[in-house]
Ligand binder design. Structure first.
Ligand code: ATP
Ligand code: MG
Length: 431
């Protein structure tokens, strides 16, 4: 059959009565009533009912087989007046075996088995909707950075070392040397600010050898990283992150009406995102019975709780927690003028989960060297890092977000593995 004339289901449904069309897709359901057969045909745009009285072979079709069908569009029996296709001819492109390894209709299959059969699982309209939305979020981020004058960069994922703790590095064999998978583009984005690009971003893979089996950690995820020069403070970085989150939500709401409906999700564009100092956050948590010491980080329970508190108090799904203790931040975060124990840093928490960490970076070589010493980091041991600060480096700051976490939190998915097609974790290396 001629695929050149193929129409998507959505367009076929808008054809005039009696138009002849060719459609193609997956057999979602087959039903017989007397000597009339019905097929629900699904393609990437929707589902079309096909009606036939002529073809006995239809009874032999199996669910999820791929067919090409031609016929005449007619007003159907449904109350909605939705058109259906009166079948004139059809071809089986590929017959699906039975039974299917997973349940697409009631989606009762557990997540592990679904991921093992991801190509089938993604035919489920709900799963499909997640990844279409993810694609639009990706586009929104690219559009946003581009509109704000950021330059896209791609940095190496095989490296000799990182600036973060070595504990989370995956070692790889690199000919006769040791190398690591990149756990952050930190060095390179700072380099490219100093290179004169001033504002850069990267969306790329990030590898973390974290043996954590949680619903928010992967060993490979998609990082959204940016770095910007000539800032006055970390507030400038938060301003960009805040505009980006609004941009993403606005774009997704406009472009993904059908998908959001499918998932029963209503997005809300945030008002001004509150910025609350860590000290104050700890007081708020304390009042709710969660005690944390001065030097403590927020654990996931604390993040969840502060998420609930700001929703109640500020009617906000987002909160910037600022001024993290120096003991919990890497050596390159800048300290404020009058407090040696704090940093000009922040996390963004969305519905109770961290989605971003950012800061103003220390750009003054002597101070950076001193801060390295305090943390037991020898700047000389990080190839190429110290030179960034020796030959002309403006004030700068940046942030790292996780795309998978953004998708998870935006769509209120209970497991990060729902927001990535092929998750990697300590137990999973395929498909
Ligand atoms: P967490 O405290 O949740 O483990 P982190 O503070 O170690 O995260 P960062 O180094 O701040 O992570 O990374 C920046 C962002 O990248 C995080 O805010 C998060 O959105 C994302 N991210 C970090 N680690 C992971 C991971 N293992 N899986 C998925 N996303 C991650
Ligand atoms: Mg973090």
């Amino acid at each position: 059959m001629n695929l050149e004339k193929r129409k998507y289901v959505k367009d076929a449904l808008n054809e005039k009565d009696n138009s002849k069309v060719v459609v193609a897709g997956w057999v979602e359901k087959i039903k017989s009533m007397g000597n009339i057969n019905f097929i629900n045909l699904r393609d990437r745009t929707g589902v079309l009912q096909i009606v036939s009285q002529r073809f006995k072979e239809i009874n032999k079709l199996t669910p999820e087989s791929v067919i090409v069908a031609s016929g005449i569009m007619k007003k159907g029996q449904k109350k909605s007046g939705e058109k259906e296709l009166l079948l004139e001819d059809f071809e089986v492109m590929n017959k699906a075996e039975t039974p299917l390894p997973i349940d697409l209709v009631q989606d009762t299959t557990q997540i592990d088995k679904r991921i093992n059969n991801r190509f089938l699982d993604a035919r489920n309209p709900k799963v499909n909707a997640i990844f279409r939305i993810r694609s639009e979020i990706f586009k929104a981020i690219v559009d946003f950075f581009s509109e704000e004058g950021f330059i896209n960069i791609n940095t190496p994922k095989i490296t000799s070392s990182g600036v973060e703790s070595g504990a989370e590095l995956f070692e790889v064999k690199y000919f006769n040397k040791g190398a690591y998978l990149s756990q952050s583009p930190q060095i390179y984005k700072q380099m490219m600010v100093a290179a004169g690009f001033e504002k850069v971003y990267e969306i790329g893979p990030v590898f973390r050898a974290e043996k954590s089996r949680t619903v928010r950690h992967l060993t490979e995820f998609t990082g959204v990283d940016m770095e910007m020069g000539f800032i006055e403070s970390e507030d400038d970085v938060m301003d960009v992150v805040e505009r980006m989150m609004k941009y993403i939500i606005r774009h997704t709401t406009a472009k993904c009406e059908y998908e959001l409906d499918t998932l029963n999700i209503e997005l809300k564009i945030p008002n001004k995102i509150p910025r609350i100092k860590m000290k104050e956050v700890k007081l708020m948590l304390d009042k709710c019975g969660k005690k944390l010491g001065e030097e403590d980080d927020l654990d996931s329970e604390a993040e969840k709780l502060i998420g609930e508190i700001v929703k109640e108090k500020y009617n906000s799904e987002f909160v910037f927690v600022t001024d993290y203790p120096w003991s919990k931040r890497p050596f390159y975060h800048m300290k404020p003028k009058n407090n040696k124990n704090s940093t000009k840093s922040f996390d963004l928490i969305f519905n109770g989960t961290e989605i971003a960490t950012g800061a103003q970076r220390e750009h003054r070589y002597e101070i950076l060297k001193q801060q390295g010493k305090e943390k037991g980091v020898n700047l000389d041991s990080i190839k190429g890092y110290k030179d960034i600060f020796r030959f002309g480096c403006p004030t700068h700051g940046g942030v790292g977000l996780g795309l998978d976490r953004i998708v998870q939190c935006l769509l209120k998915l209970d497991n990060i593995r729902e927001s990535i097609l092929f998750p990697r974790d300590p137990d999973r290396l395929s498909p």
